[in-house]
Design a protein around this ligand. Structure first.
Ligand code: FE2
Ligand code: FE2
Length: 133
């Protein structure tokens, strides 16, 4: 189980609630894999990736609108995650036939959501503190 602890919160509701939802989806997928429901997990991973992309778009829009100076860097960071998302989908396609893919998917999802998606947003936490949420 992963958890969105206080240290990882931006204290900006619209983004924190998206991050919370992403963490919950990762926990749900992990739970499905632990219970042996691998067949249903691919659709859930697709849903997770679609939600992630929609979140990136919302976040970039908010940063642009608020005048965050490094928005282009952050957008590039989001874009660079496309490949990782493709890998997650590949693992998800293999979970029914390969036990290792199952473990890899669980681990990669946690790294992805915590390191690539949520931690990297802490770069603009102090910027957000000065704009109304
Ligand atoms: Fe984010
Ligand atoms: Fe981000």
């Amino acid at each position: 189980m992963v958890e969105l602890s206080e240290d990882f919160k931006l204290q900006y509701e619209a983004l924190d609630s998206d991050h919370q939802k992403l963490v919950e989806m990762v926990n749900e997928i992990s739970g499905m894999l632990d219970e042996g429901c691998a067949e249903d997990c691919k659709a859930k991973v697709v849903e997770f990736i679609n939600f992630t992309k929609a979140h990136f778009a919302r976040e970039e829009q908010l940063l642009t609108k608020s005048g965050y100076p490094n928005v282009e860097n952050h957008s590039r960071h989001h874009k660079a995650l496309d490949k990782k998302m493709d890998h997650l989908l590949e693992f998800a396609s293999m979970v029914t036939v390969n036990e290792l893919a199952c473990d890899s998917l669980k681990k990669e999802l946690v790294f992805f959501v915590m390191d690539d998606v949520i931690s990297s947003d802490l770069d603009f936490k102090s910027f957000l503190e000065n704009i109304p949420s």
